[in-house]
Design a protein around this ligand. Sequence first.
Ligand code: GTP
Ligand code: MG
Length: 359
Amino acid sequence: SSTSREWIRQPIIVVMGHVDHGKTTLLDKIRGTAVARKEPGEITQHVGASIVPASVLKKIAEPLRKYFPKLQIEIPGLLFIDTPGHELFANLRKRGGSVADMAILVVDVMEGFQPQTVEAINILKEKKVPFVVAANKIDRIEGWKPTPDAPFLETIRNQSQRTINILEEKIYRIAGELYNHGFEAERFDRVRDFRRTVAIIPISAKTGEGVSELLALMTGLVQQFMKKKLVTSSEPAKGVVLEVKEEPGLGTTIDVIIYEGVLKKNDLFIIAGKSKPVVTRVRALLMPRPLQDMRMHEGRFTQVEEVYAATGVKVSAPDLDDALAGSPFYVIPDETRLQDYLKMVSEEVSELRFKVESD
Ligand code: GTP
Ligand code: MG
């Protein structure tokens, strides 16, 4: 169309960490729901995406107003991608890492660094994704007296000196591990330069303590350091295929994270296939309800005519059986340019295949 429009999109935040360290619980806490209450040992099987709108961020950050009176929320929200910590799902972590603007590395404060913590750090390093560390499960520290949903800087004042010392020692250990991987790290309230030092935010995903600071800090960092990257316009969509899924009544569908532009019903698009590129048209765009996870249960989709970056969307289209998870997703604006796009995707895919096979 002739009218072009610009907007600031939601930053894409990937949540990574070792199995059971509390990624999904943290996202559930942020969403204010408890959909995924599960037993320890049950593992996250799928990548999900959920948007937390600015209105919710404002509400969560409200208790911090006295510490940061100037905190303004200028972004439309945050788009979170949950990833599984189980060692089998390295491919899902890599896909999450490849589309992320920023990351939260969740570390169980009692367990410290574990194999998939290290694996996640290596992905973030390779993709040059800035991150913060959420030192989770502080409620499990000996003698901890929880104040539900309180800022960390308040709840820490209610703890005994002994409990504070134990926490300090555990954070010191996490900082040491980060140092071994090439990062300077400090508790967030002691960081002077966030471009050089990784912030460690002590939280409890269970009690909600520290979660407001985590969100305020992510919002502040994104607004300070990557606002330019977040400007997008009404151009043809670009994205990444997170998952290829069979859906009852729809056949094979793809779950796509759109990080640029607009995607419309009937748009021509190209993705990588397992044997060759797939060129097809959007038959339907399916969205979960706001604040709901993209790991939707059947019947929870709403059909929409178009979606805007940033978002997760399920795309139904013919010929997706061969679709390759992890593939780039491009709308082809004009059929005369098909050859250019085929070439581009073929080049990206040989590299991608190599990565998929090396998992
Ligand atoms: P995977 O997706 O399988 O990698 O695990 P995860 O990182 O998503 O962990 P999940 O959120 O599923 O939590 C694992 C277990 O830890 C669950 O039993 C949670 O209830 C518990 N848990 C998570 N966060 C906290 C916390 O802050 N405090 C306490 N005490 N338990 C927590
Ligand atoms: Mg999980």
